[in-house]
Ligand binder design. Structure first.
Ligand code: PGA
Length: 258
């Protein structure tokens, strides 16, 4: 069995002010200290993705704890220049972010992000030393119409077109499970993750080596069961990650599963 790296990722979305983010990070830091955490970044990584305006504050903790990393929730597909309101991959790296979420279903749905735009964002992130957390997943309609494989195939093939780098994390997030309290079943997740590994193999990646996370209503009550699945390498968590205690509990479940 291949030992893929495990991830526990918090996506704050558009929540928390700077003070709240700082308290959150301090709380995580003290939990690590209390547990005598020595750093295990090669096996498991905790990544917190606050809104842009708190990245610098959260960076303090990233420096002290090996195994703790920062991520952004979005990035511009442009390199630099006259693009009002945009934040470049180089700027994210500059502020201490090492990861970036790309292709989240909320960006696809509310900001019209296409597979080709997502592909540009992945490329420019890799060029600037960021590791993309690449989100994919079908809507309820696509599932009902038997279009799961077709959807994942299209999202992955276009999203990763002309990309060779292996420092990519995939997050399978069925849209109908995000923020709804309706978690995908173990069977659905296993089938989708295996499908994703096969698609990755088809386009020249080693699907067995790439970490694939599950996202969609993960919480401390279902995390233990889900992380026990062979093909699940961690979680991308929205709602339940907003509380540091919840998030840390989920992290511990992943750690214990290694
Ligand atoms: P959720 O969100 O955990 O609130 O379902 C997951 C996500 O959007 O990444």
């Amino acid at each position: 069995m291949i030992n893929r790296k495990k991830y526990c990722i918090a996506n704050f979305k558009m929540n928390k002010n700077r003070e709240e983010s700082k308290e959150y990070i301090q709380s995580i830091h003290s939990k690590f200290s209390h547990d005598g955490y020595l750093g295990n970044g090669d096996k498991i990584r905790m990544i917190v993705c606050p809104p842009f305006h708190s990245l610098d504050l959260c960076q303090i903790c990233a420096v002290v704890d090996d195994g703790f990393y920062l991520g952004a929730q979005n990035v511009s597909h442009f390199k630099n220049g006259a693009y009002t309101g945009e934040i470049s991959a180089a700027m994210l790296y500059d502020i201490g972010s090492e990861y970036v979420i790309i292709g989240h279903s909320e960006r696809r749905a509310y900001f019209d992000e296409s597979d080709s735009l997502i592909n540009k964002k992945i490329k420019i992130s890799i060029e600037n030393c960021l590791s993309p957390i690449f989100c994919i997943g079908e809507t309820l309609n696509q599932r009902k119409n038997g279009l799961i494989k077709e959807t994942l195939n299209k999202q992955i093939k276009f999203g990763l077109s002309n990309i060779k780098a292996q420092n990519i994390i995939l997050a399978y997030e069925p849209v109908w499970a995000i923020g709804t309290g309706e978690t995908a079943t173990s069977k659905i997740i296993t089938e989708a993750h295996q499908m994703i590994r096969n698609i990755l193999n088809d386009i020249g990646f080693d699907g067995q080596k790439i970490s694939i996370l599950y996202g969609g209503s993960v919480n401390r009550n279902n995390a233990k069961e889900l992380i026990a699945l062979d093909d699940v390498d961690g979680f991308l968590i929205g709602g339940a990650s907003l509380d540091a205690n919840n998030f840390y509990d989920i992290y511990k479940f992943i750690e214990e599963s290694i």
